[in-house]
Design a protein around this ligand. Structure first.
Ligand code: SF4
Ligand code: FE
Length: 496
């Protein structure tokens, strides 16, 4: 499966977007959507736009303009690889990652799905090393072989962390149904058998590999749930149930204007693992519950950094759309509109600044892999739980109510209604009505339609809900240090 591609000067393994799309056809993946098994996910009109988004992560790696950002020399093989498969070797790698994600957000206007796998690879690189140091296991070696496989074949990995969780007040082993957190049900000489589910899985159906990690800190009594491994996406026993998104049926309408984003979308799916066998060479944690917290924490730190890039990129598209619709409406010069655009940029660049800051302040872990500054990456993500909402609110304000009262594209195509729409929905004289409709639909797409999964609710809950970031900020804020600063400056002495 997934034969590597040798190409030109690089002598390498970097695939093109088209090659990526073709490689997906080789999988025998079991996907359900709208109550039916999907025979051909690659060409399904609802799924394909999400595949197009991932394909851009390949196309930028083949574009000389982005070579430095999108490709990098692997520390493991010495070959040039796609940055999405790379293990960060310095803070420049971390910074470039954020810049790459912003670029891709700008190019697609949606979630392009490939970052979760990259963040899983880097988190496992840090944690399997430390796990081996403590227990004398050989997970890091196995894991490193796995990374070489991913790099050598330029694969998309789905990072699968979130369990269904059942009753949130109960620990995994206390649940009425023991499979509400994914667990090991059998261990043998050749490997393990796992059962459970992973929910909200970004890009799962578009992946070659699934990397499973625990969703929370586990204790001794939960050690069967302390499990991490990687399997091909079409492994026997894996089932994908496609998540629907707001306005998804528009993709079946043979429309273009009403889509808003004419080519791309995000993707979320639920994965069921129904007694899946995983050979030992693909297992990276099996019962070492002491390392569940480091793994969750490290992955979250990387993924909260990611949002400093992708959300800023999609924010750029939304700001551009708001400024354009203001022009089409003839209000671009109004001072309150300009002020709102400034505010949107202020918020958007603050998100990006946090992504860059936590990267620039990154550090080397014992494995040699570079990790972001954990406090700053949590600050980044907590800002992301708020700022896109405010940016979206301002975009709605600028766009006007037509955003949600616009007739359909079909009415625009019907000559009887078109003449009225053309005439009465026109803004400034020089701009065709159709352009105005397209821009309104794009704004709708990003803030409440197909793109919203990547920009709004995903900003809230992706990479952990806001409370998870608050907990981390409290852990990392070093309040005693700050209290001592205040006491010292106020002249308060210890034994006075
Ligand atoms: Fe990447 Fe952003 Fe999508 Fe997460 S939400 S996978 S960071 S594009
Ligand atoms: Fe996410």
């Amino acid at each position: 499966m997934h034969a590597s591609n040798c190409r030109g000067d690089f002598g390498l393994v970097i695939k093109t977007g088209d090659e990526y799309i073709e490689s997906l056809r080789e999988r025998k993946i079991k996907v359900y959507l709208f109550g039916e098994k999907v025979k051909n996910p690659v060409d399904h009109p609802i799924i394909r736009p999400s595949i197009n988004s991932v394909a851009v992560t390949y196309d930028v790696a083949n574009d000389p303009k982005y070579e430095e950002l999108a490709t990098v020399t692997s520390n493991l093989t010495g070959e040039k690889v796609n940055r999405f498969t790379h293990i960060h070797q310095n803070t420049y790698d971390l910074v470039k990652k954020v810049k790459l994600l912003r670029l891709l957000g700008q190019k697609t206007g949606v979630c392009f799905q490939r970052c979760v796998g990259m963040d899983s690879l880097n988190a496992l690189s840090c944690v399997t090393f430390e796990l081996d140091q403590k227990f004398g296991t050989e997970y890091y070696k196995r894991f490193t072989e796995y990374v070489k496989h991913v790099q050598g074949n330029d694969l998309v990995c789905c990072g699968a962390m979130t369990d269904p969780k059942g009753d949130r007040s109960l620990r995994p082993s206390q649940q009425a149904d023991p499979d509400l957190y994914l667990r090991i049900v059998e261990q043998g000489d050749n490997g393990i058998v796992v059962r459970g589910s992973k929910v909200h899985q970004t890009g799962a159906v578009n992946s070659h590999e699934v990397i499973v990690m625990p969703t929370r800190t586990m204790r001794e009594e939960d050690k069967d749930y302390a499990v991490s491994f990687a399997i091909p996406a079409d492994t026997e026993g894996l089932i994908y149930i496609y998540g629907r998104q707001s306005c998804d049926l528009r993709k079946l309408e043979d429309s273009e204007i009403d889509l808003g984003n004419v080519r791309y979308s995000g993707q979320e799916a639920m994965i069921v693992l129904d007694d899946v066998f995983v050979p030992w060479e693909r297992v990276f944690m099996a019962g070492e519950h002491e390392f569940t917290w480091p793994l969750v924490n490290t992955f979250s730190a990387y993924h909260r950094q990611s949002y400093g890039g992708c959300k800023a990129g999609v924010g750029d598209v939304l700001i551009g759309a708001a400024a354009t619709i203001a022009e089409y409406n003839g209000v671009a010069k109004a001072s309150h509109i300009r002020d709102k655009i400034i505010e949107m940029n202020h918020l958007n660049e603050t998100i990006y600044s946090c992504g860059i800051a936590c990267s620039a302040e990154g550090h080397q872990t014992p494995s040699g892999t570079y990790l972001v500054d954990i406090l700053l990456s949590n600050i980044c993500k907590l800002n992301v739980t708020r700022f896109p909402y405010e940016i979206a609110r301002l975009a709605e304000d600028i766009a006007g109510g037509l955003l949600v009262t616009l007739p359909s594209e079909k009415d625009f195509k019907n000559p009887e209604t078109r003449k009225h729409l053309d005439r009465y929905l026109k803004g400034v004289r020089t701009v065709p009505t159709k352009h105005r409709l397209r821009m309104l639909r794009l704004i709708e797409n990003i803030i409440m339609g197909l793109g919203a999964v990547g920009y709004r609710v995903e900003s809230m809950h992706g990479a952990g809900s806001p409370q998870a970031q608050r907990i981390m900020i409290e852990r990392e804020e070093d309040i005693e240090f700050k209290k001592n600063l205040a006491k010292s400056i106020a002249g308060i002495k210890r034994n006075e």
